[in-house]
Design a protein. Structure first.
Ligand code: F6P
Length: 471
C-alpha cells in the first residue's frame, strides 16, 4: 500500500455518491463545512484522505484529486445506523450543541461507534509514512487519536474538533465519557474553534482522568503532554471572491432579484436543515414582523434555503415537517398570488448559484442556537465585493468572536431578533459599508490556508508540513 507523509482522517471524503435521476451513480461535493474547508487546501497537496464516500456496502474506487489520494472506507447498513446516525449524530451532536435536542444514549450505538473508529484507525495507520503526520477530524472519530497512538507511536497525531465542545456538566452526562475524553487526548495537539472548548476539556481531564493542567490548558496525562489550542476554521476566500466576480454569477444575481419581484430588500438564510440552526426561531420572528405590519410582503422578501441533511434521522425528519408546516402557514397568511412571504428551497445548492444568492441578499440572517463556526456567514462576507449588505449573526456561532461588526443577536430572544432584523434592514448605508469593510479585512487575512498552516505549524513546530500546502 502506498504511504503518504500527511494523512487526513475524516468521516466524509470530499466526494459524496448520490444517485443521478437515471439511477446512475454521480459524484458531487460533500455537504457541510468540514469537507469544503479541507478540500480547498488539500486538492493540490501530496496527501491521503481516509473517509466515507456516502452510501452503504463496498467502498467505491475513487480517482485521485490532483496529488490528493482518496481512500474510501465502507460502512454497512448497521454501521451507518449505529455509528453515523446513532452515536455521532443522535448522541454526540445534540449533546455538543447545548442539548438543544435531547441526546439519546444507546449502548448498541456505542459499540458500533468504537468498532468503526477502530477500523478508521487501522486503515489510517497503514497509509501513513514512518514519522509522518496524521490529522484526525471531528466528533465522529474521537477515539481514533488514542487508537492510532497505540498502532503508530512513531507519527505525529493531530485532532481538530469542528463543532463546539460542551460545558463539563453536559459532557458529564455521557455514559462513556472517560473513553471519549481519553480517545481525543491520544493526539499531540487537540485543536478547537474557540478557547473555551480547551478550558472545558482541561477541566474534564483533571476531574475524570486525574490529569495535570497548566494555566494555558496544556494537559499532562500518563507522563505525556497534550497541547491544546483554538484555531478558528475559515473558508476559501479567493474561491468565493472569484465566483462572485464572474460575469455569469453577477447576471444571475440580477435575474434572481427580478424573479423575486424587485423588492426593496431581500433577506437570505442558508442552512443545512438542522435543529441547531435556529430556523424555527427565525421563522417565528419573521412571521411576527409580518403580523405586526413592520415588514410588508411586497417591500421585503425572505429566501430560506435549507440543504437536506441526515434525512434518515428521526429528529431531522420531524424538523423538516415542522419547518415546512410553518413556511406554509406564513405564506398562507401573509403571501399574495405570485408574492410569497418566504421563498423556501429545500435542495442542495451549486456554489455559483449560492454566490449569486449572496449578492442578491441585502440582509444575510445567520442565527444558529449553537454552531462551532458557521462558514455561511464568512462566505456571505467574501461575496460582498462592494462592501454593501448586512450580516445578522447569532452570538452562539464560533465566528461571532471574529466578526464583531455583524449585527450580533441572541436567537432565543425573539423580540431581540425582531429588533435586530429591523435595525439591519434600516441601517445607514455608510454604517453598513464600514461594518462590511471591517469584516472583509479580517477575512482576507484569516482564510482556510491560514487556518491549516497555523494548526499544522503548531502540531509539528517546524512549519515543514504547512509549507507543502497550496499557497
Ligand atoms: O460541522 C459538523 C459536521 O458534522 C461536519 O463534519 C460536516 O461538514 C457537516 O457537519 C455535515 O454533516 P454530515 O457529514 O453529517 O452531512
Amino acid at each position: 500500500m502506498r504511504q503518504s507523509s500527511l494523512v487526513v482522517v475524516a468521516n466524509r471524503l470530499p466526494l459524496d455518491d448520490s444517485a443521478a435521476p437515471d439511477g446512475a451513480c454521480e459524484w458531487r461535493r460533500s455537504p457541510g463545512g468540514l469537507a469544503s474547508a479541507l478540500h480547498a487546501i488539500l486538492q493540490q497537496t501530496p496527501a491521503t484522505w481516509v473517509g466515507w464516500a456516502g452510501g452503504v456496502g463496498t467502498a467505491p474506487t475513487l480517482p485521485d484529486i490532483g496529488s490528493l489520494r482518496l481512500r474510501p472506507m465502507a460502512l454497512s447498513e448497521q454501521e451507518l445506523r449505529g455509528y453515523y446516525e446513532g452515536f455521532a449524530n443522535s448522541t454526540l451532536w445534540p449533546l455538543y450543541h447545548d442539548a438543544v435536542e435531547q441526546p439519546i444514549f444507546h449502548r448498541g450505538w456505542w459499540e458500533t461507534y468504537r468498532d468503526v473508529n477502530r477500523r478508521f484507525a487501522e486503515h489510517a495507520a497503514e497509509v501513513v509514512e514512518p514519522g509522518g503526520v496524521l490529522w484526525v477530524q471531528d466528533y465522529h472519530l474521537q477515539l481514533v487519536p488514542d487508537l492510532l497512538r497505540r498502532l503508530r507511536p512513531d507519527v505525529l497525531i493531530g485532532f481538530f474538533l469542528h463543532v463546539p465542545f460542551p460545558p463539563p456538566e453536559l459532557f458529564m452526562q455521557l455514559p462513556r465519557r472517560n473513553e471519549l475524553l481519553r480517545g481525543m487526548l491520544g493526539a499531540d495537539l487537540v485543536g478547537f474553534q474557540r478557547p473555551q472548548a480547551a478550558h472545558n476539556v482541561a477541566q474534564l481531564a483533571v476531574k475524570l482522568l486525574g490529569a495535570r493542567v497548566t494555566a494555558n490548558d496544556q494537559i499532562t496525562l500518563d507522563g505525556r503532554t497534550v497541547r491544546t489550542g483554538a484555531f478558528p476554521v475559515s473558508i476559501d476566500v479567493a474561491e468565493m471572491q472569484a465566483l462572485a466576480a464572474r460575469p455569469d454569477v453577477r447576471d444571475r444575481a440580477q435575474q434572481l432579484r427580478a424573479d423575486l419581484g424587485r423588492p426593496r430588500r431581500v433577506l437570505l438564510s442558508v442552512d443545512r436543515l438542522d435543529y441547531t440552526k435556529g430556523i424555527e426561531h427565525r421563522l417565528t420572528a419573521y412571521s411576527e414582523l409580518l403580523h405586526d405590519g413592520r415588514v410588508k410582503v411586497r417591500d421585503t422578501v425572505m429566501v430560506q434555503v435549507t440543504v437536506p441533511s441526515r434525512e434518515r434521522v428521526e429528529n431531522y425528519r420531524v424538523l423538516r415537517d415542522r419547518i415546512e408546516g410553518e413556511v406554509g402557514r406564513i405564506n398562507g397568511e401573509y403571501g399574495r398570488v405570485g408574492e410569497p412571504a418566504i421563498h423556501y428551497l429545500n435542495q442542495p445548492f451549486d456554489r455559483a448559484e449560492l454566490a449569486a444568492l449572496y449578492q442578491t441578499a441585502d440582509v444575510m440572517v445567520v442565527t444558529p442556537l449553537r454552531d462551532g463556526m458557521n462558514l455561511v456567514a464568512k462566505e456571505y462576507v467574501a461575496a460582498r465585493a462592494d462592501a454593501s449588505g448586512a450580516l445578522v449573526l447569532s452570538e452562539f456561532t464560533g465566528c461571532a468572536a471574529e466578526l464583531p461588526d455583524a449585527f450580533l443577536v441572541n436567537p432565543h430572544d425573539v423580540d431581540g431578533l425582531k429588533e435586530t432584523l429591523l435595525r439591519a434592514m434600516e441601517a445607514d448605508p455608510a454604517d453598513l459599508e464600514r461594518r462590511m469593510a471591517a469584516m472583509r479585512a479580517h477575512l482576507s487575512s484569516h482564510d482556510i490556508v491560514t487556518w491549516a498552516r497555523a494548526y499544522l505549524t503548531s502540531l509539528d513546530r517546524t512549519g515543514r508540513v504547512a509549507a507543502r500546502l497550496r499557497r
